[in-house]
Design a protein around this ligand. Structure first.
Ligand SMILES: [Zn+2]
Length: 316
């Protein structure tokens, strides 16, 4: 169960050729816009926006950042739960299922920020959500295209008998996490793969585990074709979180950041809104609809395309 995983992130970034972020502090750069209205104008103009979400969007659903006070990693020692330790030790696997039980004990629901992004996708302005979160709340809110770069806690997967180098080598078996809990409840506290007998693990990226290449490929492809990159609730300090906004900027996207504290990428952002995602996003998305409907005109201080705005698609 890992939120941000610096080890895996750096490995993934290196193996996939993402360049290191060097925050470029242009001496003459203009100041970013800082209002919800500015964000709503950017969203009103977007045709293929991509949202990137971190732990900050889920805290309002009652899911603490794993590293925050009271978070999972303040009560469990992460060194005990690396990918290699999981492979080596049946005892670690037994304790992991108990920990996952704790994670699932809280019945969490998507919040207004998750729903706002689902509405933006319905409107045809947002093409995907890339998330660091493993909680599945974007899908629960109705988002259809969700790239989970740290995997998902909603499913388990076979990682094979002796995977090496932090790379799962399973047979392809996947099941809802409830499949594993049912077996644990029935007395099998280290359930194995029903197909090949391999080790079964949560389909998340553990400490010391490589990122899933297909997820990183998809995230990179979406990011570099986005016209707006909207980073929400992420400290943007670890890879690939730190690399994606820069990649979006490099390919011409407007970069908007919604976070309750400063991030290292603020100096290259076009719009920065300080605040909680659950308060900022619903307002921005609603205002983006109003801005379009009333034809308030183009943003004055932000890049825009020359196309005509489209009729928003109605909610399904
Ligand atoms: Zn298997």
């Amino acid at each position: 169960m890992v939120g941000d995983n610096p080890v895996a992130d750096v490995q993934g970034a290196q193996s996939l050729g993402l360049v290191a972020v060097v925050v470029r502090r242009a001496e003459t750069r203009r100041r970013p816009a800082v209002t919800i209205e500015a964000l709503s104008r950017v969203l009103a103009e977007a045709e293929r926006a991509v949202a990137f979400t971190g732990a900050g969007i889920s805290t309002e659903s009652g899911i603490p950042d794993f590293r925050s006070p009271g978070g999972v990693w303040t009560r469990y020692d992460p060194r005990d739960f690396t990918f290699d330790r999981y492979v080596e030790s049946a005892e670690v696997r037994r304790r992991s299922w108990a920990m996952r039980r704790e994670f699932f004990a809280a019945q969490t629901q998507p919040n207004a920020a998750h729903r706002a992004l689902a509405e933006l996708e319905d409107d045809g302005r947002l093409v995907a959500v890339i998330t660091q979160n493993i909680d599945g709340l974007h899908q629960a809110a109705g988002s259809e295209t969700v790239i989970e770069i740290h995997g998902t806690a909603r499913e388990v997967m076979c990682i094979g008998d002796r995977p090496r180098g932090g790379v799962p080598a399973g047979c392809g078996f996947r099941a809802p996490t409830s499949w594993a809990f049912e077996r644990v409840d029935a007395g099998d506290d280290d359930p194995g793969c029903p197909t090949c007998g391999g080790i079964v693990k949560s389909a998340t990226v553990s400490f010391g585990q490589s990122l899933f290449p297909e997820a990183i490929d998809a995230a990179t492809r979406l990011t570099t074709s986005a016209d707006v990159f909207l980073a929400i609730g992420s400290s943007l300090q670890v890879y690939p979180a730190a690399g994606l906004p820069q990649a979006a900027k490099d390919t011409g996207a407007v970069l908007a950041i919604v976070n309750d504290e400063a991030t290292p990428l603020d100096p290259i952002a076009d719009v920065i809104v300080r605040g909680r995602a659950g308060e900022v996003l619903p307002k921005a998305v609603q205002e983006s609809r109003n801005a379009w409907t009333c034809q308030h005109g183009p943003p004055t201080a932000l890049p825009r395309t020359t196309r005509e705005p489209r009729e928003p698609r109605g909610r399904r």
